[in-house]
Design a binder for this molecule. Structure first.
Ligand code: ACO
Length: 181
């Protein structure tokens, strides 16, 4: 199929509309328009888009998948306790994955795995970075399977972390340590 024609690039301002549309289609949580503005302008957010060059109708550069992430200070994160942290390491950072998604038709081709590898490579390129981490809602089995396959460790269950349509749902916190890679 299309695998070899898929490539990865940063998300840019021209992706705004499709980025918002896909988030709306595949996530149960609504994101503010400020979030999408920050993504496409790279304001405090790093991102990768997947595109399929073999698509017709001028869609060869249209998003079929994405990952968005933020670099955070380890001291300000909820996983500082996992890091053997002491005051000498005040500069340690982490990469927090905000959103990851692939449009339905392109799933199970390894695109999300490739997007995660881009994030891991980026994290490894930051000398102060110690880990990549993320939250996933507890019923999202495809995503949980994917993170385990990518060697993320499930380190915490957060009860009632998500509030969707007035209902609470648990989340799992997954971490991939990058020290030494
Ligand atoms: N149950 C268990 N595993 C599944 C299921 C399922 N229903 N469906 C697919 N999988 C497995 C596949 O078999 C494959 O694993 P394998 O290689 O061992 O066979 C793996 O999940 C998929 O790997 P990829 O092809 O790399 O992933 P894909 O490109 O299909 O994208 C994703 C996965 C991102 C979870 C996609 O399904 C999606 O966009 N879902 C909706 C949005 C979402 O849930 N995003 C993640 C939320 S968490 C966050 O954003 C931080």
């Amino acid at each position: 199929c299309c695998h070899s024609t898929v490539s990865y690039r940063p998300i840019r301002p021209s992706d705004l509309e499709i980025l918002e549309q896909i988030h709306g289609d595949i996530f149960p949580i609504r994101y503010e328009s400020e979030f999408f503005q920050d993504v496409v302008h790279g304001h405090g957010i790093v991102s990768w888009a997947a595109v399929d060059h073999s698509r017709g109708d001028g869609k060869g550069d249209e998003l079929i998948g994405f990952v968005t992430a933020r670099v955070v200070l380890a001291t300000e994160s909820e996983i500082v306790d996992l890091l053997d942290y002491d005051s000498a390491e005040s500069e340690w950072s982490l990469v927090y994955i905000l959103t990851l998604g692939v449009v339905d038709k392109y799933r199970n081709l390894g695109i999300a795995s490739s997007l995660i590898l881009e994030v891991i490579k980026y994290a490894c390129s930051i000398p102060t970075c110690r880990a990549v981490y993320l939250h996933v809602i507890s019923y999202n089995f495809p995503a949980i399977h994917l993170y385990k396959k990518m060697s993320f460790k499930c380190i915490r269950k957060l009860l009632g972390f998500y509030l969707i349509d007035g209902q609470h749902y648990d989340s799992y916190l997954f971490v991939y340590f990058v020290q030494g890679c």
